[in-house]
Design a protein around this ligand. Structure first.
Ligand code: NAD
Length: 478
C-alpha cells in the first residue's frame, strides 16, 4: 500500500503536477496543453466468474490516455490497490514513456482489482479470459488499437491467455498475436522480454555513468563497480535489475526490501539466492545472510549510493523523503516518488532518474515483439547465416595471408568464435534496447544542461516527451 499522507496528492494528481511544472516552461497553446494532459477515456467493467461454487464479481479498468499514435500501449496490473486514479496516472506515464523512447504508441493502462495470490492457476485463467473477453469485444485489446503487456502481478502466463482469448474471438485475424506483448516465446513472444525492464534499468544506469558531469551532480564518481545499491521489490523488474547490476557491473546489493521486511548487508547480498528463498518461503524473513529488518520501508533510508524503488507507487513521499540518504534514485517502479517527495529530494540535491525513462525497457522490447508479430518472422532469421558467411570470408582471407607470411602472427584465442557468430534474436533485442536507452538518456541530459530553467532529469524528460506528443497532435491538425 502507498504510504502517502493526507496532504499528499493522488498518484494522478502527482503526475499532473509534474506535467504542469514542465509544461509551464514550454510555449504550447493552452488548449493543446490541456488536450495532452487529460486522459481520453477510462472504461470500467464489472464481471462475474463462477468460482468454488459461487459467482464472484471483479472490477477492472482500461484507460486510454492519448491516441496521438495508435495502437495505444500499456500493461495490465493485478493488485488490490488498482483503482481508476491509479490506472489513469499509469496510462499518462505510458504516453510520455513511449514518446521518450520513440515507440510509436499512444498511452494506455489496465488493471484488475484482485490479489492474484488468492487464486489457483485455473481460476486465474478463467478470470483473465473473462476480463480479456470484456476488453476485446470493445476493441480495448486489438493489434492495431490497444495492445496490453504485463505489469505488477501479471506475466507471460496471463499474456498467453489473453492472446489466446483474442485469437478465439477473431479467428480470421492474421495479426492476432500482436494484440498483446510479453507473451512466452512459444506463444509468439520475443527473446529478452521477461527481463527487458530490469535490463533497461541497467542500461539506463550504465548510460548515466557514461556522463561524468551528470554523475558529479549526484556527488558520485567512477563507475557502477562497488556502488552500494538498495532495491525495493524483488519482482520481475527489481530482481532482474539487481541481478544484472551485481553480476555484470560489479555493484553491491546492500539492501533488499520486500513485503514482509528487508535484508541488509554491506558486503552485498546474493540476489539469486534471495530470490530462491522468497520463492520457497514467501518472503525474505529467515534468509541466512545479512540482517533482517522487520520495518522494511526503513531500509529505503539506509546509506547507499543508488536507491532502486521497483515495487509500487508513492513509497517515497512527504513523510520520509527528508530521511532518504541515497544521492541517486532510479525509479524502476512507476511513480515511486510523489510530487511532494520529489520536491524535498530535489532541494536536497538528490538526482532522480525518472520512471518514464528508467523503466521504459519493457515497452521498448514490447515494441520489438509487436513488430515481430506483425512481420511474422523472428528477428535475425534472414540475415544471421549470411552475416556469418561474410565474416568467414574475412577470417579465411586473413588466415590465407598469414600462411603466406609463414604464420607470423596469430589471432586472439576467442576472436574467431566471437567474430564468426551472427546475431540471434536475443542479441538483436539487447542491442536495440541498449541503443534506445542510450539515445533517450542523451536527449534528456542535453535538455537538462542546455536550459537554465530545467533543474532536473524528470522535468527534462517531460519536456522531451511533451514536445514529441505536441508535434504529433499538430501534424494531425490540432
Ligand atoms: P511484480 O509483481 O513482478 O513485482 C513486484 C514486487 O514488489 C514483488 O516482489 C512484491 O512482493 C514486491 N512488493 C509489493 N509490495 C511491496 C511493498 N510494500 N514493499 C516491498 N516490496 C513490495 O511487478 P513488476 O512487474 O516487477 O512491477 C514493479 C513496478 O515496475 C511497478 O510499478 C510496475 O508498474 C513497474 N513496471 C513494470 C514493467 C514490467 O515489464 N513488468 C514495466 C514498466 C514498469
Amino acid at each position: 500500500m502507498s504510504q502517502t499522507s493526507t496532504k499528499e496528492p493522488s498518484f494522478r494528481e502527482s503526475v499532473d503536477l509534474m506535467f504542469n511544472r514542465a509544461v509551464a516552461l514550454m510555449d504550447l497553446p493552452p488548449g493543446l496543453e490541456e488536450k495532452i494532459r487529460v486522459c481520453n477515456a477510462t472504461y470500467t467493467v464489472r464481471f462475474g466468474v463462477r468460482l468454488r461454487g459461487q459467482i464472484q464479481t471483479f472490477t477492472g479498468y482500461r484507460s486510454v490516455h492519448s491516441e496521438h499514435m495508435e495502437p495505444v500501449k500499456g500493461g495490465i496490473r493485478y493488485s488490490l490497490g488498482v483503482n481508476q486514479d491509479e490506472v489513469e496516472a499509469l496510462a499518462a506515464l505510458m504516453t510520455y514513456k513511449c514518446a521518450l523512447v520513440e515507440a510509436p504508441f499512444g498511452g494506455s493502462k489496465g488493471g484488475l482489482c484482485i490479489d492474484p495470490r488468492q487464486y489457483e492457476e485455473h481460476e486465474l485463467e478463467m478470470i483473465t479470459r473473462r476480463f480479456a473477453y470484456e476488453l476485446a469485444k470493445r476493441d480495448l485489446i486489438h493489434p492495431s488499437q490497444n495492445v496490453p503487456a504485463p505489469d505488477m502481478g501479471t506475466g507471460e502466463r496471463e499474456m498467453a491467455w489473453i492472446a489466446d482469448q483474442y485469437a478465439r474471438m477473431n479467428t480470421t485475424d492474421i495479426n492476432a498475436r500482436a494484440c498483446v506483448t510479453g507473451k512466452p516465446p512459444h506463444a509468439g513472444g520475443i527473446a529478452g522480454r521477461v527481463e527487458a525492464t530490469g535490463r533497461g534499468v541497467q542500461f539506463a544506469l550504465r548510460e548515466f555513468f557514461r556522463h561524468p558531469a551528470d554523475v558529479a551532480v549526484a556527488n558520485l564518481s567512477g563507475s557502477l563497480r562497488d556502488k552500494r545499491i538498495v532495491v525495493q521489490g524483488l519482482g520481475n523488474v527489481g530482481y532482474h535489475a539487481a541481478k544484472f547490476l551485481s553480476q555484470e557491473d560489479g555493484a553491491k546489493i546492500t539492501g533488499i526490501i520486500e513485503r514482509d521486511g528487508a535484508l541488509s548487508d554491506e558486503r552485498g547480498l546474493d540476489v539469486d539466492a534471495v530470490q530462491a528463498w522468497i520463492a520457497n518461503h514467501g518472503g525474505v524473513k529467515g534468509f541466512a545472510d545479512g540482517t533482517y529488518v522487520e520495518d522494511g520501508a526503513s531500509v529505503l533510508e539506509q546509506e547507499c549510493d543508488i536507491l532502486i524503488p521497483a515495487a509500487l507507487e508513492g513509497v517515497i513521499n512527504l513523510s520520509n523523503a527528508d530521511r532518504i540518504k541515497a544521492p541517486l534514485i532510479i525509479e524502476a517502479a512507476n511513480g515511486p516518488v510523489t510530487a511532494g517527495g520529489d520536491e524535498i529530494l530535489r532541494n536536497k540535491g538528490c538526482v532522480i532518474i525518472p520512471d518514464m525513462y528508467a523503466n521504459a525497457g519493457g515497452v521498448t522490447v514490447s515494441y520489438f515483439e509487436w513488430v515481430k508479430n506483425l512481420s511474422h518472422i523472428r528477428f535475425g532469421r534472414m540475415g544471421r547465416r549470411q552475416e556469418e558467411s561474410r565474416h568467414q570470408l574475412i577470417v579465411d582471407e586473413l588466415e590465407r595471408l598469414n600462411a603466406h607470411l609463414g604464420d607470423a602472427w596469430s589471432m586472439t584465442p576467442d576472436f574467431k568464435e566471437k567474430y564468426l557468430r551472427g546475431a540471434d534474436e536475443l542479441e538483436l533485442v539487447r542491442s536495440g534496447l541498449d541503443d534506445t536507452m542510450r539515445v533517450a538518456y542523451q536527449a534528456i541530459s542535453r535538455v537538462w544542461h542546455a536550459r537554465d530553467d530545467c533543474a532536473d532529469l524528470r522535468t527534462a524528460a517531460y519536456l522531451v516527451a511533451i514536445d514529441r506528443v505536441a508535434t504529433s497532435y499538430r501534424a494531425k491538425g490540432l
